[in-house]
Design a protein around this ligand. Structure first.
Ligand code: NAD
Ligand code: UDX
Length: 473
């Protein structure tokens, strides 16, 4: 019987997941710990100014915080008291050393495992919630065994998280499936049943899949790789559409009605962003290389390469349309988050579009409904080599209308709903002429924009006013 749960890592996964467990399991006390004091203070803030924005998250936290949901920096105490511990720490792509740029950096996983070994007294179920390379559970087990005192007994399970940002609470409350992998031993299977018991408070048994540990770990990488691959596939089609006059929306609909293909994740875009897809595909690529499977590695690498190509292609289309120069031209970027309904900007395609345009000397003005100026500046500076240039050319605006004032073009990079209902006549009147609209998300009413007078360029649709030198390469 589980009465106390500890979650190490109060981020995009640890926070919402723990909140929903607390909501659905009133008899279980859930404590989310993090060594980031600021983050924990935000989770505990009196006015519920939480460190991450997720629709409905604040309602769940309001209901549970102080009842059976706690946020704390007291890692040792929480580990000591817990029966079950989720490891929900970040696993970013390594930026140096062996596997740089591809392998997952497991230092946070290892430090969490060492904390558990140091502070645990008595048996614990340790659950790998973070996305990790296959066999990471083995490393965690070894660290725990080698460092534990008092004959502690640990069972290490894999329970990857499939929530998507922006819909995290919905996904957690109604998951397509919960996946739990564990050792094929009596104790291992007992631990699996304990974790199943938690989820069975709100997920039907038929939606809880149990596998061996390695299948569970690989399934998480595989799921993200398949999803990312669909986006790269439709984006590859978008390039063909732009060159031929086919329309990528029509193609997506036509193929998506085949029940074997299905309609989801066929939305062509300026490229996928977010903290997971690129990181996890690269993690898979690295795993294949280590396993001496270069053909498999090259296959998955192409998913990421296609995404980079799409971002570059879109930026080049902006430059080509604006008479092959954007130097000193004001260009408004609408949307900086990697998707709507989140303030998360990790790996957002907007960052790279800004980089490409700033490299060309454009004056870039960013507006996003949720992303703060400091995040925009930090992200653009991370990819642009010249901070003085960024300071001179990048501005962040408080609203869409001031962003587009006197601009040559606006560029939709994130599919925020509020962009669909902007007053485009007002926008057109305030812009320089000819006024360009670039839709990198295919969300606007293009005919209406053309009627107003915009030159409209849409991902996956051929330009209606292709300029003489309009190569988008
Ligand atoms: P995040 O960066 O938002 O949060 C991780 C937190 O862990 C940070 O606050 C960090 O301070 C804390 N931390 C790291 N090491 C610690 C330690 N030893 N002790 C205490 N705290 C520690 O990351 P995230 O987006 O929540 O992702 C977590 C994991 O879940 C990653 O492996 C990610 O791939 C996976 N995942 C993420 C998503 C998503 O949508 N973000 C979805 C599914 C899976
Ligand atoms: C993803 C997975 O969906 C989720 O299951 C996993 O747990 C974490 O990684 P997330 O990155 O939060 O979730 O959002 P997702 O909705 O998958 O979008 C990722 C990126 O792909 C976004 O930039 C989004 O705009 C883009 N996208 C998505 C497309 O360009 N086209 C689509 O059809 C779908």
């Amino acid at each position: 019987m589980i009465t106390k749960v500890c979650c190490i890592g109060a981020g995009y996964v640890g926070g919402p997941t723990s909140s929903v467990i607390a909501l659905k399991c009133p008899s279980v006390t859930v404590t989310v710990v993090d060594y980031n004091k600021e983050r924990i203070e935000a989770w505990n803030s009196a006015d519920y100014d939480l460190p991450i924005y997720e629709p409905s998250l604040v309602d769940v936290v309001r209901e549970c915080r102080g009842r059976n949901l706690f946020f704390s920096t007291e890692v040792a105490k929480s580990i000591e008291e817990a029966d079950l511990i989720f490891i929900s720490v970040n696993t970013p792509t390594k930026t140096f050393g062996l596997g740089k740029g591809r392998a997952a950096d497991l230092k946070y996983i290892e430090s969490a495992a060492r904390c558990i070994a140091d502070y645990a007294h008595g048996p614990k179920v340790v659950v790998e919630k973070s996305t990790v390379p296959v066999k990471a559970a083995e490393s965690i087990s070894r660290i725990l065994k080698a460092n534990s005192r008092n004959g502690n007994c640990f069972q290490v399970l894999s329970n990857p998280e499939f929530l998507a940002e922006g819909t995290a609470i919905k996904d957690l409350l109604n998951p397509d499936r919960v996946l739990i992998g564990g050792p094929q031993t009596e104790d291992g299977q007992h631990a699996v049943r304990c974790l199943c018991w938690i989820y069975e408070h709100w997920v039907s048994k038929s939606n809880i899949i149990t596998t061996n540990t390695w299948s569970s770990e690989l399934s998480k990488l595989a799921a993200n790789a398949f999803l990312a691959q669909r986006i790269s596939s439709i984006n590859a089609m978008s390039a063909i559409c732009e060159a031929t006059g086919a329309d990528v929306g029509e193609v997506a609909h036509a193929i998506g009605t085949d029940s074997r293909i299905g309609p989801k994740f066929l939305q062509a875009s300026v490229g996928f962003g977010g903290s997971c897809f690129q990181k996890d595909v690269l993690n898979l690529v690295y795993l294949c290389e280590v396993l001496h499977l270069p053909e498999v590695a090259a296959y998955w690498q192409q998913v990421v390469d296609m995404n980079d190509y799409q971002r570059r292609r879109f930026s080049n289309r902006i430059i080509a349309s604006l008479f092959n120069t954007v130097t000193d031209k004001k260009i408004a970027i609408l949307g900086f988050a990697f998707k709507k309904d989140t303030a998360d900007t990790r790996e957002s395609s907007s960052i790279f579009v800004c980089q490409h345009l700033i490299d060309e000397g454009a004056q870039v003005v960013v507006y996003d409904p949720k992303v703060r100026e400091a995040s925009v500046r930090r992200d653009v500076n991370m990819v642009c080599s010249d901070p003085e240039r960024v300071e001179r050319l990048l501005t962040v605006s408080e609203d869409a209308y001031s962003a587009v004032q006197d601009a040559h073009a606006f560029v939709v990079c994130t599919e925020w709903d509020e962009f669909k209902t902007l007053d485009f006549q007002r926008i057109y009147d305030s812009m320089l002429k000819p006024s360009f609209a670039f839709d990198g998300r295919i969300i606007l009413n293009h005919e209406q924009l053309r009627t107003i007078g915009f030159q409209v360029e849409v991902i996956g649709q051929a330009s209606k006013q292709r300029v003489a030198s309009g190569f988008f390469e």
